[in-house]
Design a protein around this ligand. Sequence first.
Ligand code: ZN
Ligand code: ZN
Length: 443
Amino acid sequence: MTATPRSMPRPYEAFLPTLLNEASEQARRAEAVVSPHPGAPQDLTDRIERYVGDLGADIVGLSHQVFDHPELCFEEHEAAAAVARLVRSHGLAIEVGSFGLPTSFRARVGNGRPAVAILAEYDALPDIGHGCGHNVICASAVGAFLALARVASELPGSVELIGTPAEEGGSGKVLIARAGGFDGIDAAMMIHPGVYDVGTYPPQGMRTVNVVYQGLEAHAAAMPFMGRNALDAVVAAYSGISQLRQHMLPSDRIHGVILEGGRRPNIVPGRTAASFYVRSRRTETMRELSSRVQQIFEAAAHMTGTSVDVEWDPYPEEQPVRTNRVLMERYAVNMARRGRAVLGQQALEVPLNGSTDFGNVSHLVPGIHPVVAMATPGVACHSREFAAEARGPRGDRAALDGAFALASTAADFLHDAAMRAAAMAEFTAAGECVPVQTSEGKE
Ligand SMILES: [Zn+2]
Ligand SMILES: [Zn+2]
């Protein structure tokens, strides 16, 4: 018997265009972000822009090199080596293998405090390579650092380039924080490519939870009454999560997969496993949502007479990004020089969701993680289309504009004492420093 051919499933067709129209309308109406702080002297910013131009071939070359050798989390050896070669070719020192992580790196120019950290990501995704555009992130961060190195003697403070491996699973920045990587740092910044120029990042935190149900195997026909069905348990848990969705906050997300579901129909499954990501926009709501999820896992075990092991955060959880408005406004002013109108915090209320380990950094020091437009609205991050842009002219431009905006915003922060005080006051008002070591909130 042959299977009836079926047409491919299709997503809703009306929703996305509506959303994109709304977003472009919001973008059109959004007021330009301005800053009350003057930042660095104008002639310094002018020279930084010129140096980024001089470094153009190096910046774009690095972006392409990293793109052409995609490496998964914690395996980014070639990317780290490419950065080290480039930095050394400009006569600067760089350490590879910092913070106990073989593929991390750090380099510093200038002297003492205040100190700004510019963060580079360079890990790729399975199968689709740089479908998140981390090659652009890496090139912009290194480019910013090299441009600032040329004006190091004029910087009242220092700039540190930190290579942060394993953003796509692994939370490298949290491991760096735990190793003291952000001690003595006063602000942290990086850019991420996307489809709009936005000063903020979707601020969802994320936890991973793995669940294993243990039942009792038995012959499913002869003696089913001797079994306890671990598949029933994991299905009940999955259904329970599905029912929870109606009552979650609209901005929350839970998504999961069943990893083990039994082996043969004639054996009552004795062991099943699933994995879920739990996302929410605030640490407090994340805790509440996590506890609902925990209750569902336990209830499914009670229903089916099985036992359950729930493992939260096999690697560190990601906290929501806390954008520092003072820094973000200077960034937007600097990006305006590159012809980019950066939208502010509330400008785009389209559901751009996602999480990053930069969230944890933004709870340690004032930080920004703005998005630089690189792809057409409608192109999704983590897709082949997005990867193509990351290796194309728009990715190159994003890397160059990002390098300039990061370098000039870092120079602003170091030069403008009132801006620094305002950034710190905002950070303090938002809840001050949350030490990553004690922020796990395990249930
Ligand atoms: Zn990603
Ligand atoms: Zn990413």
